[in-house]
Design a protein around this ligand. Structure first.
Ligand SMILES: *[C@@H]1O[C@H](CO)[C@@H](O)[C@H](O)[C@H]1NC(C)=O
Ligand SMILES: *[C@@H]1O[C@H](CO)[C@@H](O)[C@H](O)[C@H]1NC(C)=O
Ligand SMILES: *[C@@H]1O[C@H](CO)[C@@H](O)[C@H](O)[C@H]1NC(C)=O
Length: 271
């Protein structure tokens, strides 16, 4: 009977820990876009989940990539618990540049350098190496891959300049696919652009998620349109802290439980 109680107690603590963990991550990541930098080599092959309350910035900054035979891709998966049928991930280039020596030599599968967005059934971007930034939105289904590659060598150097870009990926609800023709106003705002309803958690976060500034007008708090964000490392850190707290709580509970048991047996002896 008593062991059942302590087991229940452990369960409760575990539950509290999970709640605590998610509560720390959710507000943190809804403030800034979570940023993944692709020319930090460790991001190649990474799979990132995009939740309905958060946006994601995929960037590539000045740097070098290997010359030829290079491919680095990041997979983004939409994870939605509400409206799974009507949510899309919408991608938009905020900046783009490529060394002019590598541009316009971009025949499919034989490029010096290109950037590509692959999304089954969505609006992808075929291998691109143009001069100006791709315009408009890319409506991705719930799975997309952003890939930078170089299949043809340029000159004799072992590395070449990396392309630079900044792609913002935002989850949106498609208004016309809802049963009502308006956005569910409590949790979403109407972007008044391309049928998009934006989760309210992304309003006034310092990032133009709608693409026309609607979600960033009339905000009282100062904007933070920088690239700081909670990184995957920090999330791991939070999880680690939570785990340590959990272990401490378990130890304390066990100590008290043993004392309690000892007192019970002492009382039994005395009686
Ligand atoms: C790329 O890989 C192929 C086969 O793996 C190889 O034949 C070719 O020499 C490589 N090219 C460069 C530029 O490394
Ligand atoms: C572009 O790349 C070439 C060859 O890698 C290099 O010589 C040149 O300096 C680069 N141009 C710029 C503007 O960085
Ligand atoms: C793409 O659409 C086809 C038919 O419309 C469907 O069978 C398939 O499952 C879809 N694929 C994805 C990845 O959504």
């Amino acid at each position: 009977m008593r062991t059942f109680k302590s087991y229940q107690c452990l369960q409760l603590l575990l539950g509290a820990c999970v709640v605590l963990l998610s509560a720390t991550i959710i507000p943190a990541s809804s403030v800034y876009p979570v940023t993944v930098q692709l020319n930090d080599g460790s991001s190649c092959g990474l799979e990132v989940n995009l939740f309905l309350y958060s946006d994601l910035l995929v960037t590539m900054r000045p740097g070098k990539i290997p010359n030829g035979n290079y491919s680095c891709s990041l997979t983004v998966k939409g994870v939605y618990f509400i409206y799974p049928q009507v949510v899309k991930m919408r991608a938009r280039f905020r900046s783009y540049s490529m060394n002019s020596s590598y541009r316009n030599q971009c025949e499919h599968g034989n490029n010096i350098q290109s950037i590509e967005i692959i999304s089954p059934n969505g609006t992808g971007l075929p291998p691109f190496c143009g001069k100006i930034k791709p315009s408009g939105f890319f409506d991705l289904e719930q799975y997309a891959e952003i890939r930078v590659s170089s299949t043809r060598r340029y000159g004799h150097d072992s590395s070449i300049d990396a392309p630079q870009f900044d792609i913002l990926i935002t989850p949106i609800v498609i208004r016309s696919k809802l049963k009502s023709e308006t956005c569910p106003t409590k949790d979403y705002i109407d972007c008044k652009l391309d049928d998009a309803c934006l989760p309210r958690s992304l309003v006034c976060n310092g990032v133009d998620d709608c693409g026309n500034g609607v979600d960033e007008t009339g905000c009282s708090s100062p904007h933070h349109d920088d690239y700081s964000s909670i990184s995957i490392g920090e999330e791991v850190g939070i999880a680690a802290v939570c785990f340590v707290m959990f272990v401490i709580i378990v130890v304390v509970v066990l100590i008290f439980y043993r004392r309690y048991k000892r007192r019970i047996s002492y009382q039994t002896i005395n009686n």
